[in-house]
Design a protein around this ligand. Structure first.
Ligand code: XBP
Ligand code: MG
Length: 254
């Protein structure tokens, strides 16, 4: 696909949790804990527990890891986990609609700028469509994304590259026409396994991840008056203010 000037259209594929929105500690974790409580379970995830559990992507896999670690037989998990995760998802949607799950500062401006620059926008996430779509719609407008690939559409979630392969196939772009934006080592691994260049915008849970394969690591999206820290810049893109349109276009052009 080419734009009016004949140059190839670029797509930027965004992760959601921790990348476009600050959703894990005060969003998903809270919804999991409320679901435990509603189903009469004594389990509760502290901020610290949850930080460790995040290395397992996908809410159902995360629950299975937790219950396996507590000796729950697989058959009991099969009965409990889907029910628990369904309720967690409903509770998380309520948090989204109540405005409790904020966009990361500067994310909305970046999407606006990319769109104005003719860049196509996409989402590739492990999260479940039932909450991903209302959340994206609330903060950014669902219509602006050319495609939204969610974890329930693929057989294997990140760090497997399947969500990225599906997103690129729907976009009709190859690895040369797309860039990924992620927040974590699992997301970075998925993008790299798909052969896509990847910029990482870390958050408090992911700042200490080993992000050595990333094409860029910063801690913020560019915003007026906010100083950025550059953690890794192997291509010398020199992102003075944090992640912005110029830097993403430069990455796409590498
Ligand atoms: C996000 C996830 C998801 C969310 C919860 O990972 O792993 O599981 O934590 O959403 P990434 P669900 O940002 O790498 O896509 O409960 O819907 O799975
Ligand atoms: Mg993420």
């Amino acid at each position: 696909m080419a734009d009016a000037a004949g140059s190839p259209a670029i797509a930027v594929m965004f992760d959601v949790d921790g990348t476009l929105v600050d959703s894990e500690r005060d969003g998903h974790r809270v919804a999991f804990n409320s679901a435990f409580e509603e189903l009469g379970l004594a389990d509760r995830w502290s901020v610290e527990d949850y930080g460790e559990l995040l290395s397992t992507t996908g809410g159902q896999s995360r629950l299975r890891r937790w219950f396996s670690g507590r000796g729950m037989p697989a058959a009991d998990q099969d009965a409990l986990v889907p029910r628990l995760h369904r309720r967690k998802t409903e509770l998380f949607v309520e948090l989204v609609l109540a405005g409790v799950v904020p966009a990361r500062p500067g994310a909305q401006q970046l999407l606006d700028e990319l769109e104005a620059a003719g860049v196509r926008l996409a989402v590739a996430t492990t999260g479940t469509a039932a909450w991903v779509r209302p959340l994206l719609d609330r903060h950014f407008g669902l219509d602006r994304f050319a495609t939204v690939v969610t974890g329930d559409e693929v057989a294997v979630t990140k760090p497997d590259p399947e969500v990225y392969h599906l997103a690129m196939s729907r976009l009709g772009v190859g690895t040369g026409g797309a860039v990924a934006v992620e927040d974590s080592v699992m997301g970075l691994a998925a993008a790299r396994a798909a052969g896509v260049r990847c910029a990482v915008v870390v958050n408090d849970y992911t700042r200490t991840h080993d992000l050595s394969g990333a094409d860029l690591v910063v801690d913020v999206y560019a915003q007026p008056g906010v100083a950025a820290t550059v953690l890794s810049d192997p291509h010398r893109l020199r992102p003075v203010d944090g992640l912005d349109t110029r830097v993403l276009l430069a990455l796409a052009a590498l």
